[in-house]
Design a protein around this ligand. Sequence first.
Ligand SMILES: Cc1cc2nc3c(=O)[nH]c(=O)nc-3n(C[C@H](O)[C@H](O)[C@H](O)COP(=O)(O)OP(=O)(O)OC[C@H]3O[C@@H](n4cnc5c(N)ncnc54)[C@H](O)[C@@H]3O)c2cc1C
Length: 468
Amino acid sequence: MTATTNRVAVVGGGIAGLAAAWELVGRLPALDVTVYEAAPQIGGKLRVAELAGHAVDVGAEALLIRRPEGRRLIESLGLDDDLVAPLTLSAGIRARGSNHAIPRRTLMGIPGDLDALAAAGILSAAGLSRVAAEARLPPLAPLSADVAVGRLVRERMGDELAERVVEPLLGGVYAGDPDRLSLVATAPALYHQLRSGGSSLVAAAARLTDAGGSPPAEVFASLRGGLGTLAPALASRLPDVRTGTTVREIVRTEAGFRLTIGSTAQAQAVDVDAVVIATPAAKAARLLRGVARSAATELDRIDTASVAIVSLAYRDAEPPAGSGLLIGSGQGFTVKAITVTSHKWPGAEPGLTLLRASIGRVGDTSSLQRDDDELVRLAAREVGALLGVSSTPIDHLVTRWGGGLPQYDVGHGDRVARIRTGVEGVPGLAMAGASYEGIGVPACIASGTAAADRVIDFLARGGPAVDG
Ligand SMILES: Cc1cc2nc3c(=O)[nH]c(=O)nc-3n(C[C@H](O)[C@H](O)[C@H](O)COP(=O)(O)OP(=O)(O)OC[C@H]3O[C@@H](n4cnc5c(N)ncnc54)[C@H](O)[C@@H]3O)c2cc1C
């Protein structure tokens, strides 16, 4: 009896798929692993482009280093010397016609320190009293089910806090609607506090936020040349990465799976023993239809928000200090967040301001219908009004992420459990990516590693690859 080499296909060359492939080849070097990526470049939402002669991230730009997965991956690639710490993380919020510092000890907009909230000047006196009145409400009953973050905050602390603080903060991450976003999925630590009988939201947020405030270097990091450089660095260490190669269909065979790859005119069949699907939900649903129908149906129900990143470069502009600004939907602007890259990260030459404006929220179908030139004009106009940068940009880039941010609506955790159950019925199949247990880069890395573990378990239990 001879053991043949097991073949594994990883579909999707974003960070989740790349992390899965890295784990697979790291643990089983003899495995034949191929990453198939539809786009011409690797990395998905990790992408670097050139703006005014500088490499800038046009997708994800900040790695939450407080979680271990990103640092571990970077160390395993030998890239630790390229890690860079942010120069500042002090962002602002737009409210009442001006910019305010985000109050310290805030968790997804829920204040853990009422004095800090008052000092920030974001809420009116009436809004502040409504928040303070939470302490006099009957204690929160231990939460037994998921709830929308926005609804919970509105009920306990009023609309002003929900709209002026919670919405811009959640909007900055998910481009989402707080009245739909799941507490369990977007703030699991807070949910667990409340589930175990935390008496009020303020008390729970206070327990979960850091009274001293961590130095920026312990919270976020990037890489020299941009966080997006992580993807090609990782891909270059993998044995077989095929860009420009779409996986069109997956079917089960007696021995494993058959993938159809390439264009319809030049379709090719590839037989593998195991598959990791690491694409966004809609694409994953299409691929799963013939393999795990119930999981495909659930995946199709995950909504997404589309966003565009307008990157702008200015000469001799002087935006106010700080890493950027979050702008709630009720503030009369289309831009929902600005990151002043040249303040936040080291490396920009003196006199050059690099920034990025983010446009697009869930359910907003009109903002992104503008063509690129219109988006640039709109972003520059609003950056002028919001940050006082009135000169004309010397360079610009527009990057569109259609359906780029999955929405973790109430019940998302249960939906993911149903997807996982559906997939568990198919030995040798694993899912990874931003649609499941976290949209941040560390969570996507964790999901890729877990998918690799599942495939390795399957192969260790005999898999399909032993022939005689
Ligand atoms: C504008 C923006 C800013 C963000 N900023 C941050 C940030 O600062 N920090 C942070 O932690 N997170 C951030 N995120 C979130 C994070 O970047 C993403 O959630 C994460 O990178 C997604 O990784 P992924 O591998 O799951 O998916 P993706 O990056 O979407 O990769 C999936 C890949 O699958 C490919 N694919 C799809 N279908 C097929 C097919 N049929 N065959 C082959 N390939 C296919 C796609 O082309 C894509 O490359 C941001 C997201 C966006 C959109």
